[in-house]
Write a protein that binds this ligand. Structure first.
Ligand SMILES: [Zn+2]
Length: 246
């Protein structure tokens, strides 16, 4: 294939824009800010589960405390009734003995129940502390996510700006290259997934870093400047420059 030597030079500018665009696409795919957003989301899920667990425990303890306090109330009421009966003087000696035994048993029962209430209050304090820690963690993770999202959006905006800039330059250069040469470039760029042309620099293809030797080198040396050379290794258009080392 033949193409104007100067048109071939333009392919290097085109390749430079493609490299820049590929770097931006890579940066978009591997943004560290994305990982930070995911980490904050994961932390939020964990803290939210901790909050639910702690709230459930607090609710359960409150319910248990109310239940025991109701038991204490009924024990007190029963004991008060017994006391009233004793004070009335209407009870028989046998009934009085039985009432006194019952009151002693009620007093032990009340003491046990009050100990249980104290124990629940201690557990409630610990549960409150756990809940506060989980809530603070959740708030922190939410703030982290907001900050990471903001940083990610800023990075994405910067990438989009770069893509627009390099895309415009690429279109400008492509518009000045003859269409058959451009078609070859585009086809090879699709094949390599990056660029369709590379400089021949110090006898080395800058695309795949393979050095030319033997017949390929001789062919490059003897080729007319308007002949389009191709790298036998990566298939890219080899663009000769003053530094080609031929
Ligand atoms: Zn090559």
């Amino acid at each position: 294939m033949q193409a104007d030597h100067f048109d071939q030079q333009k392919l290097l500018a085109l390749a430079a824009e493609d490299v820049a665009l590929a770097q931006l696409a890579h940066r978009r795919r591997t943004l560290p800010e994305n990982a930070a957003v995911s980490a904050a989301e994961e932390a939020q899920r964990e803290f939210a589960a901790d909050v639910v667990r702690a709230e459930t425990e607090v609710r359960d303890l409150d319910r248990e405390q109310k239940r025991i306090e109701a038991d204490v109330e009924s024990v007190r009421a029963r004991s008060a009734r017994d006391q009233q009966r004793l004070d009335s003087g209407a009870a028989t000696p046998k009934e009085m003995t039985s009432l006194q035994q019952e009151m002693a048993s009620l007093a032990r029962r009340q003491g046990d129940l009050e100990d249980q209430v104290l124990e629940i209050m201690e557990r409630r304090e610990a549960a409150d502390a756990t809940l506060a820690t989980a809530q603070a963690g959740l708030a922190g993770a939410r703030a982290d996510q907001a900050a990471a999202e903001q940083a990610r959006d800023a990075a994405l905006a910067e990438i989009a700006e770069g893509e627009q800039e390099h895309g415009a330059k690429r279109a400008e250069v492509a518009g000045t290259v003859s269409s058959p040469l451009l078609a070859v470039y585009e086809r090879v760029a699709t094949q390599t997934g990056s660029t369709g042309a590379a400089a021949l620099h110090a006898r080395r293809c800058e695309g795949c870093r393979i050095e030319l030797y033997g017949t390929e080198l001789a062919a490059a040396r003897n080729a007319d400047p308007h002949t389009v050379l191709r790298c036998e290794n990566c298939n890219r258009i080899l663009v000769r420059t003053a530094e080609s080392g031929l």
